[in-house]
Design a protein around this ligand. Sequence first.
Ligand code: PEP
Length: 255
Amino acid sequence: MNKSLRNAVIAGNWKMNNTRVETTALINELAPLVKGADCEVVVCVPFTNLQTAVELAKGTNIKVGAQNCHFEKNGAYTGEISADMLVEMGVEYVVIGHSERRQYFAETNVTVNKRTKAAIASGLKVLLCVGEMLEDREQGITDELVALQTKIGLLDIDKADLDKIIIAYEPVWAIGTGKTATAEQANEVCTMIRNTVAKIYDQAAADAMTIQYGGSMNAANADELLAKPDVDGGLIGGASLKAADFTAIINAASK
Ligand code: PEP
């Protein structure tokens, strides 16, 4: 399937950055720069900035995402936020299973799957993150590991709900390190993920799925990465914190 038929999505993952004042400044700077974008533009901001971001994004083509949600609807989960709470605020996207959550907050493939199911049941779109550590790549087990993350991440999810899921391939060794995967490496794993989705569902479902690359994508390397046939967008950390850099990536995806 020609990738131009798929929905290209460029999402910024702000991580634990930006106060509300900084959020206001960044979204106000970004909105006019990306208004002609020919791709979906998403900013995934800290929980405390969601309300501000949703208000500022009204009337623009910027969509707002959160960076996590809990898998239960409500209850005794101190410090957690449910998918329904995000939807009530006007949030449309949520990042699930980011490698920083897997590394530092004991997230597993099973909890990633539970959160993904809860998010789509509440009406959110999910940016489902998968990706290998450096030692996995060195041991030659990238494909097995990422296929397993994909399979468990998508467990018990209906084919009809796949249009609410975007898979973000993010090699952990490339996140925040300045070491980007080569465009060939990125495409190779994105193709493998698409083939995995085809095995679980069917080829049409796999062809329609948006698969992003993430890991030190920036204004200089975005053109090459986004030109690859199985790379349908990007999940962007550091470069999403500067309006000009994020816009350059959005422009590259809009070509
Ligand atoms: C990320 O946080 O998902 C990410 C890709 O970060 P960076 O672009 O900074 O590597």
